[in-house]
Design a protein around this ligand. Sequence first.
Ligand code: G16
Length: 544
Amino acid sequence: MNNIEVKTQPYSDQRPGTSGLRKKVAVFQQENYLENFIQSIFDSLEGYQGKTLVVGGDGRYYNRHAVQVILRMAAANGFGRILVGRGGLLSTPAVSCIIRKYQAFGGIVLSASHNPAGPDGDFGIKYNIGNGGPAPEKITEAIYRKSQQIQHYRIADCGELDLDTPGEQQLGSMHIEIIDPVSDYAELMQHLFDFDRIHSLINSGLFSMRFDAMHAVTGPYAVEILENRLGVTPDALMNAEPKEDFGGGHPDPNLVYAKQLVDALFAANAPDFGAASDGDGDRNMILGHRCFITPSDSLAVLAANAHLTPGYHRGLAGIARSMPTSQAADRVAERLGIELFETPTGWKFFGNLLDAGKVTLCGEESFGTGSDHVREKDGLWAVLFWLNLLAVRKESVQEIITAHWRSYGRNYYSRHDYEAVNADGAGQLMDTLRKANGSLTGNRYGDYEVAFCDDFSYTDPVDGSVSEHQGIRIGFTDGSRMVFRLSGTGTEGATLRLYLERYEPDPERQLLDAQDGLSELIRIGEDIARIRHYTQREAPSVIT
Ligand code: G16
């Protein structure tokens, strides 16, 4: 087999965003676009010769083609071994688990997460480092710099590889192992949670549930773990067959896009528990019988109850949450006497804290929860954690969350997204807010008085790196907050996110719908930032 060098030219738009490079499929299909980015990843790394690389993706359109190219390029660039999920499939948390378990050099995950798939949809590539987590900014920036200088890429000159037969193959001097995408991950889950107790709950005849895989990667994981190991009946698994176009859906587990599941859980004879995961299996949504748990509350509940599970019964080192995530977890950390870290949006910011043993649980408002078991957020892990709590506490989801609010107070929380708006308008909105920085302090809006206003900057407590401009925060004297940020994961125009939070300590006043509980803050936020003017939108496109 020969390796060949192919001449190429840089593309100017290969800077990774919040989570890797995400673009329309058509962008990736441009001549050498994919190859350029993969070569730029390899060119930014040192010391990988002869080492192991893990490769897999969420199964969306272009996944198979990309795996074929990556394997041939990895061989030509000198990797010694590739572990690739059968059919090119691996969920994001499974990649993280496999990198760690087999001490691989790193991994490449093919996914645009929850963004729609298919020839007109999105595709994406992320590089994960040897700790199993997303590459930190210094590596993603190095990849970008390499992509701006690239002149050629290296690729093995060979035909199609068989990705579907488990076992070993050779490509030049590189071994390829086609591995079962599920088994290593399932084993890890069984180690962390009390499968016997969950099995008893599920088979008690007193409990019913639904899990919606949204035609994305978690289908096979749910079949193996929930059905084969825990005894859930097949009809409880919705959309469990992965499809290249995710069945035409938008596999974002939230109240808008997981409508089929939400309708089932809010129907008259609804099941006791419902959950969904996203395209690549790292997000989760938790529902109870006619009840929705915000991701921020979910993190707080998991932290407060972690001692009830085998994996976390020794307690937590600390908790980390992204800045826009509600402060519900802060109250739990305070009571547990452990540290709470506030990081910018992006799972990559948790990596150092986890590696340094400073935190055990992490969470983000964007339907992401995880722990030190891997270095990615983990959808099915969160589902199993909740099932473990339900099995031990023998209470409903609603009872657990209501008791939590009664004990800690409730942080009313919501995120309003204005998707695919004009990028110039969104940029002007942020610039205007940034300029007003500081001058808002002391202003009164209805019942609220501004206590501070800043542009969030983060200094990593482990390596001292500084990340600036991570979102405009406006804090009020009663502890309420609003945050304005532009998404770093969209592929069309800009997406403005407005995050809103209000604390209500009085149990008598905690049971409002979140939108009602936040109505005045929502109005204030829209006015302060002149959202209608800058976005030309009358209302948000998604409210979660
Ligand atoms: C990614 C990141 C998360 C982040 C989310 C939203 O999730 O991994 O850390 O919170 O995007 O980011 P943004 O607000 O910039 O759009 P995923 O599930 O899309 O990989």
